[in-house]
Design a protein around this ligand. Structure first.
Ligand code: SAM
Length: 285
């Protein structure tokens, strides 16, 4: 008997992975959580049926969402991760000895609990002494965050519907701007432009971020299990341009071993193809 996990990438496109077995399933107060085991992609976390991470390609997403801002500003000391309950982003952040404090605000405690049990290669740094986890809505959390409290905010959220919806609003981005220091950087998972449904939410999010930040760029990565395989991240800052301000020598001197990110790719990933440029026409004139 064959068991398959299938996600609809559009009404007319399906993406399927053969799975060996289901390791966990639960309906939390916020969403349905499933963890599967597969031969090709290792363990897989899905929320409400949407694929969040696989053991095989998660490093691409987590390295790109973390090392781009860290290699741009070597003085990042205090970080907020919004979402990110699997722990992959915190794992990458925790590799930087100079980071003093990592707050993570995750709405769903059950995601963290299951990832600690079934995805230890991602969740392995959630017990780092610099990490504090707040179980609440990220949108409300930043509403109550003091001004200039963080050097970096990473929005490692689900898609812009359901519990994640508030993390793509103008109010949320405005509060992120206020909560960041003058050197502050906001990085977020920015969806993709290939399929219309994702492109529209990405455009909306991008124009809202641009209303607040003087620098608002997107950068790209190839993530095989995400819709279309082509994924974008947003980089917004009050001061830094990641292409101009990359501290390559400093970052390479840290000796961090990465499987995807490097300081040549750092500037290259901001070289956006025409289909994305056209979607973001107003930014890339
Ligand atoms: N890499 C993933 C992706 O883009 O597909 C993101 C994965 S991570 C597991 C997303 C997390 O965001 C989930 O654990 C979810 O519970 C959390 N989340 C969604 N909405 C949230 C909110 N409003 N506040 C805090 N966390 C939220």
């Amino acid at each position: 008997m064959d068991l398959w996990y299938t996600e609809n990438h559009t009404d007319d496109v399906k993406f399927s992975l053969k799975v060996d077995r289901q390791l966990a399933t639960c309906q939390s107060d916020f969403q349905r959580i499933d963890i599967f085991e597969s031969k090709e992609f290792g363990r897989i976390l899905t929320l409400d049926g949407y694929l969040m991470v696989t053991e095989k390609d998660e490093y691409i997403y987590h390295e790109m969402i973390t090392h781009i801002p860290l290699a741009t500003n070597p003085d990042i000391r205090k970080v907020l991760v919004v979402g990110g309950g699997d722990g992959g982003t915190v794992r990458e952040l925790a590799r930087y000895k100079h980071i003093e404090k990592i707050d993570m605000v995750e709405i769903d405690e059950k995601v963290v609990e299951l990832c600690k049990e079934y995805l230890p290669t991602l969740s392995c740094s959630l017990d780092d002494e610099r990490v504090t986890i707040y179980y609440e809505d990220g949108m409300k959390f930043v509403r109550n965050t003091p001004d200039s409290n963080y050097d970096l905010i990473i929005v490692d959220s689900t898609d812009p519907f359901g519990v994640g919806e508030g993390l793509f609003t103008k109010e949320f981005y405005g509060n992120c701007f206020r909560s960041l220091t003058d050197d502050g950087i906001l990085v977020n998972q920015h969806e993709s432009t290939f399929y219309d449904s994702y492109a529209n939410s990405m455009k909306r999010a991008h124009s809202r971020i641009k209303d607040f930040f003087s620098t608002a760029l997107v950068y790209q990565a190839h993530i095989p299990t995400y819709p279309s395989g082509h994924w974008l991240f947003g980089f917004a800052s009050k001061k830094f341009d990641p292409r101009r301000d990359l501290k390559a020598e400093w970052w390479n001197s840290l000796g961090l071993v990465t499987k995807y990110y490097n300081t040549i790719l750092h500037t290259g990933c901001f070289a956006i193809p025409n289909n994305v440029r056209n979607t973001l026409r107003e930014t890339y004139k």
